[in-house]
Design a protein around this ligand. Structure first.
Ligand SMILES: NC(=O)c1ccc[n+]([C@@H]2O[C@H](COP(=O)([O-])OP(=O)(O)OC[C@H]3O[C@@H](n4cnc5c(N)ncnc54)[C@H](O)[C@@H]3O)[C@@H](O)[C@H]2O)c1
Length: 260
């Protein structure tokens, strides 16, 4: 198989960083695109080889298009795109117009613009694969989170539309929906104390724990690869059983004997 060229937005930290490392470990070349230029450069340096870092705020559509063009100019092709960059603005009925404008521009328009920019270049190279990083928050109610959850729901629907429109060009598009992952946003919420909070938040998932970023990266790499050649337009929860849990939770209180 020829060397794969991948773009990972939000690749400087957390899940995006783990995906960049995973793709590189499989022999890929990665363009790490992130608004945190120094951290992105550190990931590219850690990967080594021909991988690069470029600064990008995905809410800047013109910058998305010119950065994708720059990656294509350098490598001559683009095989994979992962949209992991995301805003975590979580506000409910008191969300401001600025909150809405920002999170929609990053999470929804940013994802759409990146896919629109890479699609013709992937098509010219014979096809490709894209993974958008959604969330379990796309699927359920969570208190005070109109902004974040609405954009993750939009990413799910957007993914299906992208998959339909790009299928004829040999481009597959899927959305991965992580549950709680130990990255800096969660770490901040936990005050850095994983030992204290993992038993609490872990109970939201059947596996009774949080994920580490590599556990999202591996399924993402699978979806980009040949083994997933018949998977497109799919929502893939990578959530330790979060979405399969019902109101009865982990089952400690609801069990009763049935009768014939
Ligand atoms: N951590 C979780 O529990 C969790 C759960 C479900 C979904 N997610 C999703 O996973 C994705 C990655 O989150 P993470 O937990 O790795 O967070 P993170 O903060 O560790 O990494 C996010 C990266 O995206 C970059 N970024 C943010 N806004 C950007 C923008 N406008 N332009 C370019 N880069 C930008 C940041 O600089 C950072 O490097 C997000 O889309 C998030 O919504 C995370």
């Amino acid at each position: 198989m020829s060397e794969r060229i991948a773009i990972v937005t939000g690749g400087a930290n957390g899940i995006g960083r783990a995906i960049a490392l995973e793709l590189a470990a499989a022999g890929g070349v990665v363009a790490v695109l992130d608004r945190e230029a120094e951290a992105a450069a550190a990931v590219a340096a850690e990967i080594g080889g021909r991988s690069i870092a470029l600064p990008l705020d995905v809410s800047d559509s013109e910058a998305c298009r010119s950065t994708v063009a720059e990656v294509h100019r350098r490598f001559g092709r683009i095989d994979h795109l992962v949209n992991s960059a995301g805003s975590f603005i979580a506000a409910g009925q008191h969300a401001t117009d600025a909150d809405w404008d920002r999170i929609l521009a990053v999470n929804v328009r940013g994802c759409a613009t990146m896919v629109a920019a890479v699609a013709p270049l992937m098509a010219a190279g014979g096809g490709g694969a894209i993974v958008n990083i959604g969330s379990v928050s796309a699927k359920v109610a969570q208190a005070g989170r109109w902004t974040y959850n609405a954009t993750k729901g939009a990413i799910t629907t957007l993914t299906k539309c992208q998959a339909l429109d790009l299928a004829a060009d040999g481009i597959r598009v899927n959305v991965v929906q992580p549950g709680w992952v130990w990255t800096r946003e969660v770490e901040r919420a936990a005050g850095g104390d994983r030992e204290r909070w993992e038993p609490v938040w872990g109970r939201y998932a059947m596996l009774r724990r949080l994920a580490d970023p590599w556990e999202i990266a591996r399924p993402t790499a699978f979806l980009l690869g040949e083994g997933a050649s018949f998977i497109t337009g799919a929502e893939i929860p990578v959530d330790g059983g979060y979405l399969a849990l019902g109101p009865e939770g982990l089952g400690e209180t609801a069990a009763f004997a049935g009768s014939d």
